[in-house]
Design a protein around this ligand. Structure first.
Ligand code: GAR
Length: 190
């Protein structure tokens, strides 16, 4: 059994979708959810599904040890970022080399980098007059949104689409693909 941790900062709809996808799996288990925010919906969502969640301060994330200890407690093999808005600090990167993946709600390398998260991304896509957007699943390295890509899926952006319309299309792609891609990645990891 491989244990995964999900890091999430907000509503947690992806976290919920991933937990549901693996709920009957005999090889992959979502063991724990970590967040930088106590006041977000992800806790209620995942606790209802029987998955524990914990909150860490910014200092604890940057220093790393409390987070790494919590991950060790749950024997975590791999980390999935699903709407996690903090940069992953060095100690965690070193403790999980090539074992952290993220989903970005646009087609990287476009519309990525610092400050590009959640609705900001969809607003930028509409403002740029893009004809398409989508999702990018990628490994995490020391720079925002620059780790090796694993998978992309595309959706059309129509001239009349609002950022909310684009968000809905991108969310649909996330729900359809992220759990399956996680499964594929984990099946290829020792
Ligand atoms: C998702 O669209 C995810 O791709 C995005 O935040 C949303 C979280 O939704 N992540 C980023 O912007 C990371 N840079 P959720 O909390 O309902 O899963």
């Amino acid at each position: 059994m491989k244990n995964i941790a999900i890091f999430a900062s907000g509503s947690g709809t992806n976290a919920e979708n991933i937990i549901r996808y693996f709920s009957d799996s005999e090889t992959i288990k979502v063991a724990v959810v970590l967040s930088n925010n106590r006041h977000v919906k992800v806790h209620e969502r995942v606790n209802k599904l029987g998955v524990p969640s914990f909150v860490f301060t910014r200092e604890e994330f940057v220093e790393g040890t409390p987070v790494i200890n919590k991950l060790a407690e749950y024997q975590v093999d791999f980390i999935i970022l699903a709407g996690f808005m903090n940069k992953i600090a060095d100690p965690l990167l070193k403790a999980f080399p090539n074992k952290i993946i993220n989903i970005h709600p646009a087609l990287l390398p476009k519309h990525g980098g610092k400050g590009m998260f959640g609705m900001h991304v969809h607003e930028a896509v509409v403002a740029a007059g893009e004809k398409e957007s989508g999702i990018t699943i990628h490994y995490i390295n020391e720079n925002y949104d620059e780790g090796a890509p694993v998978f992309q899926a595309i959706c059309p952006v129509l001239p009349e689409d609002t950022p909310e319309d684009v968000a809905a299309k991108v969310h649909a792609l996330e729900y359809a693909h992220y759990p399956r891609v996680i499964e594929e990645v984990l099946n290829n990891v020792q």
